[in-house]
Design a protein around this ligand. Structure first.
Ligand code: HPA
Ligand code: ZN
Length: 343
């Protein structure tokens, strides 16, 4: 049965691949630029949106890092994060595991603690006001030296209560996971969980490295893992989650057309796949919009949507018990929708 758009939007879901700096909507970018007296290279909101035509990952990253320059004070990070949570609530998000890129900010002279304080305070408010639970994931910028990542990890070590895991993002090609082996070993020693972007533009070999050298518990994107059959089988056997981002893949030209998205192939191979938004302010949609886009293009039925929503919790860093509670919430939601389901 074809799922309605309200079913897709409202089904409880976890968002696991979301860069908080990628939720900076043009309206807020303008407001923060004004508040902080920062000049933007755009005359209007329309001009900003027109700049969001990317040929590849690097085109996007150049615009994304420039946009982040308006984030200066703790309240800016608070406002950014709170605005995301308010939007996420309208898209059925019950739990969010959120990336932030501290080196983007510390390189501009913003204190690490300012960034963490603003985001954490908004996550607390989101828990109270929207009932959205959350975890924070620090991403190291892979285009920078490992020494910068190691210094950032030292800052993170003072915030083990606020930061749950570490990840790896930014320009993938030419910056393999092997560059950060020592950083991730130290992060694991400190008790952080581990994830890593791999196989978005980079080859299947980078996915291998993320698993074998960084001991990643999940893979962010992972599209190119499909190029290596033995690797795909290993990912399926070990049920390593892949956090897939369909609208991101389209905007960054990882795929030519949404109908060519490998989601169905991934599911057919038994991979543990979830749907996520990556940088929703830049890629034309939040997480529910991503579910809708693949549902339309790949003709997903209601049971597919239910499975993807359950996969999102199964792929999360929530405890088994918390995951069971989430599955029960999904079942209760499906029951109230009163649309017959196969399971
Ligand atoms: N890939 C790598 N780095 C990123 C991304 C992404 O999709 N989004 C924000 N930083
Ligand atoms: Zn990402």
């Amino acid at each position: 049965m074809k799922p309605s758009s309200s079913f897709i939007m409202q089904i409880p879901k976890a968002e696991l691949h979301l860069h908080i700096e990628g939720t900076l909507e043009p309206e807020l970018m303008f407001a923060l630029a004004k508040r902080n007296g920062i000049a933007l290279p755009y005359a209007s909101i329309d001009e900003i949106r027109a700049a969001y035509d990317f040929g590849n990952l690097q085109d996007f990253l150049d615009v994304y890092y420039q946009g982040a320059a308006v984030l200066q004070k703790e309240e800016d990070f608070y406002d950014l994060t709170f605005a995301y949570l308010a939007k996420a609530q309208t898209q059925g998000v019950a739990h969010a595991e959120i990336f932030f890129d501290p080196e983007t900010h510390t390189a501009r002279g913003i204190a690490f603690d300012t960034v963490v304080a603003g985001i954490s305070r908004a996550l607390d408010a989101g828990r109270t006001e929207f009932g959205i639970t959350s975890k924070l994931i620090l991403c190291f910028l892979r285009h920078l030296d490992a020494s910068s990542a190691m210094a950032t990890l030292e800052d993170a070590a003072r915030h083990t209560g606020a930061i749950f895991a570490v990840g790896l993002d930014s320009s993938e090609r030419g910056n393999p996971p092997s560059k950060f082996v020592q950083v991730f070993a130290k992060a694991r020693e400190l008790g952080f969980h581990v994830t890593a972007h791999a196989g978005e533009e980079g080859p299947a070999a980078y996915v291998h490295e993320a698993l074998d050298l960084l001991h990643a518990e999940r893979i962010d994107h992972g599209n190119h893992a499909l190029d290596d059959e033995a690797l795909s089988q290993e990912l399926a056997r070990r049920q390593i989650p892949l956090t897939v981002c369909p609208l991101s893949n389209l905007k960054l030209r990882v795929i030519a057309d949404m109908r060519a998205h490998p989601l169905r192939t991934m599911l057919d191979k038994g991979l543990l796949v979830s749907i996520n938004s990556d940088d929703p302010a830049y890629f034309d949609g939040y997480v529910g919009d991503n579910y809708q886009a693949v549902a339309d293009a790949l003709d997903l039925d209601q049971d597919d949507i239910i499975m993807l929503a359950k996969n999102s919790f199964r792929s999360s860093f929530l405890t088994q018990e918390e995951q069971q509670t989430a599955f029960a919430k999904i079942d209760a939601f499906v029951a109230t929708e009163k649309i017959p389901s196969r399971d």
